[in-house]
Design a protein around this ligand. Sequence first.
Ligand code: MG
Length: 226
Amino acid sequence: MFFKPDINTYIPGKIICVGMNYKSHIREQDGRFPDKPVLFSKANSCIIKNKEYIICPSEVKELDYEVELAVVIGKKMKNVPESAVSDYIYGYTIMNDVTARDIQKNESQWYRAKSFDTFGPIGPVIVDKSKIPDPGNLKLKSYVNGELRQNGNTSDMIFGVYELISFISKSITLREGDLISTGTPSGVGIFMKQKKLLEPGDTVICEIEKIGKLENKVIAECQQNN
Ligand code: MG
């Protein structure tokens, strides 16, 4: 049976993320285009939903946002060619790939920097794939306190959605409920001429055409129980 998640109760199995997948994001950090997808993971315990708080841990000094198109897998898949990947997708949502930049820079693996509790906002809905026949041409934006920060299009991806998922499935079985987050365009806070990182009190909105707006406010760890 095909998996049909409800966004309110949905917790992904695996979360596989893709780094350095937008040309604009590589250019803003003077990076090199990768010849294979750059994969990493976030712990699924970091998932929160629309309007929930991003909690900034006291040890994190450089908190950043990344708007991303995220794909919900609907059916177990292994070694699937790019042309058939769509048959295994349930739908699409937005992920804010929240990142502790200071920890990302200081530790050789990104797992902890990407996986603090609340660093995985997703939503506001999961859109059925029938509503997005071409995931390779969607506008995506992010705003902090109403200021436009990222303004890209999924057409700027180096590895397209189907190509990425086919690539992953060659080595890793994907199961219904797994989430693939496909990378972020330019405009993240750390690479601005004057860094614009997230502070407690800020509100981040991630928006993708045909999906909607994902809104999360940042609070400091010590405010968590207030
Ligand atoms: Mg990312």
